[in-house]
Design a protein around this ligand. Structure first.
Ligand code: PLP
Length: 445
């Protein structure tokens, strides 16, 4: 008898095939040659920003002080370590308030995710019914892909240099008409990935106003999630100080997602959510319990110790490194790619530049892509099969813009490069290859 394969849910079916971007990145990872190929694609932090020594000492301190850090190698509670929650509370009020005062924070709850901010974002998709999720275009493709596999319809609104364009959002809401009732939440990355555009305080305030009004219109609170993954990585001192959207939240619909991945270490897997106490946050806590009880308690205690001891110096150090790289890379971009550039976003925060070329395609079938990945089939470009020339990996814009959004066409001429992971000499070499890739594209167009 013929036996069919394991029966999968709709989500299971959608997840059984890797997303296009995962396929692309896995393909690169398989034959990546350390010391030869250059990875401007990965969202990895710079290894030198991770405080290895302090993490080691923090671990020793935590284990040596069992009265404060109780049973740190045992299971933890689902809301998160009380020490870490207290450290985050202080961190937000004293150092990084963005206008949050103690009375405001007293009306909020902080919950720690099971596995970084990613696990909290993922939990949202299980706790809200499927429907429309609004976000900015270009979008954080990893999360938006997850949302679509879970049955959400992602509607992406183009951003300008202040972030998600609220005029376009209003027009989109008007065009949705009755479909507005299907809007489940907004998801806005405050230093956007992939563009590193910083959401201005004005825009943030306007977004909260629009969603507050929309909540009244439909008679239901519609949450707005601000993803602050790169909030503490604003390294340009000319940028206005970033305010917290929790300050504008009269209705209790604002939630802020934070992570220690970018300022300490992604490997600690510490992400948190701040928002109004109530059924939604309770359901997040239950979900954390369901998927793994809690983040590893030892990591939470280490993170708490690090937040209590020298976090501002650590953040300054991290930003000092990225600030210097951002400036140098910008100079090289102007020098090497300048005449072919239509637009360059980023450079003030985070560690990505998002480039738009005037007339050269960057998608995975383009000559630009083939040149850089050494897949032109021409030996003078790719090098001999057993000793190929260095490859350069980047994220094509086609994967960053929504496939059904307004940016599909321009996305084919865009790309994200990261100056986080690789060091300056490799970044310079990669940009020189990109200049040659543009010349090759022109010759072969
Ligand atoms: C916008 C955004 N949100 C969330 C994350 C993931 O954070 P975490 O490491 O805490 O899961 C990233 C990682 O790059 C990100 O770019």
């Amino acid at each position: 008898m013929k036996i069919r394969d394991v029966l999968l849910s709709e989500y299971g079916k959608a997840s059984s095939v890797p997303s296009p971007i995962n396929r692309l990145m896995t393909g690169f990872a398989v034959d990546f040659r350390d010391g030869c190929d250059i990875n401007l694609g990965a969202g990895y932090v710079n290894e030198r920003t991770i405080p290895h020594q302090q993490i080691q000492s923090a671990c020793e301190e935590v284990l040596a002080r069992p009265k404060k850090y109780r049973a740190a190698l045992n299971y933890g509670g689902a809301q998160g370590s009380p020490n870490l929650i207290e450290s985050l509370r202080r961190f937000h009020i004293e150092n990084r308030s963005g206008g949050i005062t103690e009375p405001i924070l007293n009306t909020k709850e902080i919950v720690i995710g099971a596995n970084g901010a990613t696990s909290l974002l993922e939990s949202i998709t299980h706790l809200l019914p499927a429907g429309i999720a609004l976000t900015a275009d270009p979008m954080y493709y990893i999360y938006c892909n997850d949302l679509e596999r879970k049955g959400f319809k992602v509607v992406a609104i183009p951003e300008d240099d202040e972030g998600l364009d609220t005029e376009l959002l209003k027009a989109k809401l008007a065009a949705l008409g009755d479909e507005k009732a299907a809007i489940r939440f907004l998801y806005v990355v405050t230093v956007n990935n992939p563009t590193c555009t910083i959401l201005s305080n004005n825009r943030k305030r306007e977004l909260v106003e629009i969603v507050t009004q929309m909540s009244y219109d439909v008679g239901q609170k519609i949450p707005i999630f601000f993803d602050n993954a790169y909030r503490d990585l604003v390294h340009d001192s000319t940028v206005e100080p970033v305010e917290s959207a929790l300050c504008y939240d009269a209705l209790g619909i604002v939630y802020e997602v934070g992570t220690l991945s970018k300022i300490l270490a992604p490997g600690l897997r510490i992400g948190y959510l701040i928002g109004s106490k109530g059924p939604f946050l309770n359901s997040i806590i239950q979900r954390t319990s369901d998927i793994g009880f809690s983040a590893p308690l030892i990591n939470q205690e280490i993170a708490s110790y690090l937040l209590d001891h020298g976090i501002e110096a650590q953040i300054e150090k991290v930003n000092g490194g990225y600030r210097q790289k951002a400036k140098q890379v910008k100079t090289w971009i102007a020098e090497l790619l300048g005449e072919h550039l239509q637009e360059c976003r980023g450079g003030s925060a985070g560690f990505y530049y998002y480039l738009t070329l005037a007339s050269v395609a960057t998608d995975s079938t383009s000559n630009f892509f083939r040149f850089l990945t050494r897949t032109t089939g021409k030996e003078n470009i790719d090098g001999p099969l057993d000793a190929q020339h260095p490859k350069v990996i980047y994220i094509p814009g086609e994967h960053c813009v929504h496939p059904k959004g307004e940016m599909v066409d321009i996305g084919k001429r865009q790309f994200r490069i990261s100056y986080g992971f690789e060091e300056l000499p490799q970044l310079h070499t990669a940009l020189k290859f990109m200049k040659s890739a543009i010349a090759y594209s022109h010759e072969n167009s």
